[in-house]
Design a protein around this ligand. Structure first.
Ligand code: AMP
Length: 228
């Protein structure tokens, strides 16, 4: 039996077509069911539904053989015990620094001011500001980071940005991009040895599905005007 860890929402939705290309269709819709373990069209594959931040932990400790996790979550986890064979190129966004539109970030950095930075991504943020030589006090939050600069809790936030609409709606501006993010396939190291043939074949099927999806998007991209 192969156990696949997925989180509900964007990752689940965007992984579905890739799984379908590998002949794996969940037998239930997780948004309508309260079940945490769901079967699939392949009798040897089941899906466990876990929180996005718990996916690496489940796979690391063998609660699941493989899973799908955003690069942001993977970096924060540390990636110990995980093989990362594939960038699935889904759930794409960027990790950025944002501030209130009336806050002069460049001037604060030039002055060498100590900045209060609120984020869920403390490891990424610590590394980013240390590399820039900016002194920061990190404030760990678990959600609604956008609120922190508006209430005076922080000067800046480090958060994921996709369309930029959330920042705009809260009068925040993106001042630095830290990382480009997409979801990765992660595999338990021991499972890869013990179930080598089965897992290898599944990884290869997913790889082909990713390539086909990328190729299908190419002609569309070629017809779009070039980004500024
Ligand atoms: P947007 O308004 O499209 O820029 O989306 C920003 C909001 O969605 C923020 O609250 C982010 O934390 C969240 N978000 C954007 N992209 C992702 C992603 N790939 N994975 C998880 N959360 C995301």
């Amino acid at each position: 039996m192969i156990t696949f860890a997925l989180s509900k929402g964007r990752i689940f939705d965007e992984t579905l077509p890739l799984l379908a290309a590998a002949g794996i269709v969940p037998s239930e819709d997780p948004e309508r069911s309260r079940k945490l373990i769901i079967g699939t069209s392949r009798p040897d594959v089941r899906i466990v539904l876990v929180r996005a931040t718990d996916v690496p932990t489940y796979v690391q400790h063998g609660g699941a053989d493989l899973g799908v996790v955003g690069r942001d979550t993977l970096i924060e986890h540390g990636g110990q015990g995980l093989v990362q064979p594939l960038d699935l190129q889904i759930a794409r966004c960027r990790m950025s620094v944002a501030v209130r539109s009336d806050f002069d970030y460049a001037a604060a950095v030039r002055r060498g001011s100590r900045l209060a930075v609120a984020t869920k991504y403390t490891s990424c943020a610590r590394e980013h500001f240390a590399a820039k030589g900016v002194h920061v006090d990190l404030i760990k939050l678990y959600g609604s980071m956008e609120l922190a600069p508006l209430t005076g809790l922080a000067d800046a936030i480090v958060d994921l940005v996709s369309t930029g609409n959330t920042l705009k709606a809260n009068h925040l501006v993106e001042v630095e991009q830290i990382l480009s993010i997409s979801a990765r396939l992660v595999v338990n190291r021991a499972a890869l040895r013990l179930q080598h043939a089965r897992l290898r074949s599944l990884i290869e099927q997913l790889e082909v599905a990713v390539q086909q999806r990328t190729q299908a998007a190419e002609p569309l991209r070629a017809t779009l005007p070039a980004a500024p």
